[in-house]
Design a protein. Sequence first.
Length: 373
Amino acid sequence: MDRRNFLKAASGFFLLAAGTATGVSRVFAGTPLSPSERKLPDGANKKMEYRRFGGLDVSAIGLGCLPMVGYYGGKYDKRDMIALIRRAYDKGVTFFDTAEVYGPYTSEEWVGEALAPFRNKVKIGTKFGFGVEEGKPTALNSRPDHIRRAVEGSLKRLRTDRIDLLYQHRVDPAVPMEEVAGTVKDLMQEGKVLHWGLSEASARSIRRAHAVCPLSAVQSEYAIWWREPEMKIFPTLEELGIGFVPYCPLGRAFLTGAIDENSRFYEGDRRWNLPQFTPEALKHNMPLVALVRKWAERKGVTPAQFALVWMLSRKSWIAPIPGTTDPAHLDELLGAGTVRLSAWEMEAFDKEYARIDLRGHRADPFTESQIDK
């Protein structure tokens, strides 16, 4: 199926389900936790919504801590980033995402130091799956001995005795999923891991893992302009009661309006070799930015906030993890609060969206080769 037809099919799928699946689904009806049901940090944003993935409850908007290590260019001061993480906590964020390969190690170290004073009031997600311990951070490695070394390293850097949510960063075709799940299950029985999940996994891998050790969440790229998970894994997640954690929910800033057709990216910025960010693709895809801006104005929010509102309105078991290095941007993102789209608004947006032809894949060839199909 080509991209245009896929997008139309995905939109159609959700149009049919809009009446019952938008906002709160049949499987997860009633699972979001209101502020009154959840003890918030002192001074927290009382408008923050909380959502539950099985036995794991998290803020509806989490914080992705990858950009802090210069993923999109630039160098950031450790003290500033620790202050940013704590600012997020003060505003009601209880869900923080990192990984050993981010840095490597730097992100986990900063997250651990930042959250140490209130460790018992937050949930930390981290990941294994690349050969960081062996000095091969771009190679897949989910062998049991590596998983155990990775977890021990993460526990030390995060200054904690347990990982709230441990993901396999990428499915390793060289290691049977049952073996990976069995190793994590052992770590859970030891109390070192409380919940686990997969990242960029296919429906088949999700089912295999869940059969051995129930998954709490799956993390994948998902945004208004990249909706493949809707058709490929959403039905499986809903059937099995697994939460979904989208990364890059703002389209790597494209959906915020901060990028236009004249924007250019260079090596050192993750976007420099992504097909969606070529000059031709940027120019071609500007109608989507205009659509997001129009709807943001209609709802009285910013484009960045609308990108999150759109996502949070689709399913009650979605909790995105936008990343930022700027306190003002953080405040803006969290301002999405509990604004939601009605089923009819979702339908109207999807109808307009389906008329837009988007160009450019989300990943470069090497990255794509490591994504489970």
